[in-house]
Design a protein around this ligand. Structure first.
Ligand SMILES: Nc1nc2c(ncn2[C@@H]2O[C@H](COP(=O)(O)OP(=O)(O)OP(=O)(O)O)[C@@H](O)[C@H]2O)c(=O)[nH]1
Length: 335
């Protein structure tokens, strides 16, 4: 089977250690002969750190906006390009720290129709000292954003622990576990960690699920006009500790339309969104499939370039393995 490029999102407040972690991951990739590509998003018009990652790193930059709002379509395009031109072993998206991971997820799933990509995780880096100071204040935009980033992560790196005492560290670890009980947490100095603790083996990281922001607030609160539709479809129930998973499945060939519709009708409520491209063997046509809160929609398409048959499901703690098996049955030639 063709290689599916794993995609990771790196988030975290300004100065928390994102670039330090990225450099560490890139060094490890070089040492082990793996190619890691990077997509950098800077809110300003100039990228000041791209050159520091090394000229051997396939890189794309999205400048002058936040991934989650103004330049979402560009993200999908750049991801597709990086995957197509460089065939990397992984792609890391370093966000400005103000992007909301759920919207980034949306762009990644969009891109997965054109290139074989799969979002595997959202990694949040937090500055222990800064976080503790904000916790002590207990309010404010920065505090809210830090908390949201941690709640949205599937992996939390509590960095700069050299700047806090042992009791403070224990307090922060307990707090993070409370904000996001499902995320893996590692405490580090200079983001010193074992890259395999993030990559895991095979697809295990994807199966841990990707957390959603705890507050579910719909606005990007960082000084530019959010796209009016950019957030309307990805928040779901804004209850506390909502956690989502994503499942990406590349269909090996055409499927039966009736069996597919039946399967869609049987999806559990925990799957609240789906999309993809399917080819039906009985009608010999291709469709763009959209699914949201039990409503599905099929749009006949005749794509010009390469478009893969793929299904992406997004939901809240849905039975991922079971759905994967169902999809495999659906895709079996005898169906
Ligand atoms: N004391 C201390 N400093 C650290 C640690 N990790 C990183 N730093 C320093 O913190 C500064 C910011 O680190 P970066 O990796 O650039 O942080 P960033 O999140 O990429 O920053 P932005 O690009 O501004 O968002 C650098 O000077 C690092 O050397 C740590 O564990 N302890």
């Amino acid at each position: 089977m063709e290689h599916i490029v794993p995609v990771y999102v790196l988030t975290g407040f300004l100065g928390s250690g994102k670039t330090t972690l990225l450099n560490r991951l890139l060094d490890e990739a070089r040492a082990s002969g793996r190619k890691v590509a990077v997509l950098l998003n800077e809110a300003g018009d100039a990228n000041v750190e791209g050159f520091m990652l090394g000229s051997d790193v396939p890189m794309a930059e999205l400048l002058g906006g936040c991934i989650c709002c103004t330049i979402r379509a560009d993200l999908g395009m750049e991801l597709t390009k990086l995957a197509r031109e460089h065939r990397p072993d992984a792609i890391w998206i370093e966000t400005t720290g103000i992007a909301r991971p759920l919207e980034v997820l949306d762009s990644v799933t969009e891109a997965s129709m054109y290139e074989k990509l799969e979002l595997r995780g959202v990694v949040a880096v937090a500055d222990a000292r800064h976080l503790l100071d904000r916790v002590r204040i207990g309010a404010g935009k920065t505090y809210k954003l830090m908390r949201e980033q941690i709640a949205a992560a599937s992996f939390v790196v509590l960095n700069k622990t050299d700047l806090v005492g042992a009791a403070e560290l224990a307090e922060l670890e307990a707090l993070i576990a409370d904000w996001n009980p499902r995320a893996r947490l590692v405490s580090t100095v200079r983001t010193q960690l074992e890259p395999d603790s993030i990559y895991g083996s095979d697809r295990s990281f994807a199966a841990t699920g990707i957390g959603a922001p705890e507050t579910g607030s719909a606005d990007c609160d960082h000084g530019h006009d959010p796209h009016p539709h950019a957030h309307s479809h990805s928040h779901g129930d804004p209850s506390a500790h909502e956690h989502i998973n994503a499942l990406t499945y590349y269909l090996p060939g055409p499927i039966d339309s009736r069996a597919f519709e039946e399967w869609v009708g049987s999806l559990p409520d925990s799957v609240y969104r789906g999309k993809g491209v399917v080819t039906f063997r009985d009608t010999a046509s291709r469709f763009l499939f959209q699914y949201a809160y039990r409503e599905s929609d099929f749009l006949k398409i005749t794509p010009q370039g390469t478009v893969h048959d793929v299904l992406v499901l997004i939901g809240e703690q849905f039975p991922r393995e079971e759905l994967l098996k169902q999809l495999e049955r659906l895709a079996a030639p005898s169906q």
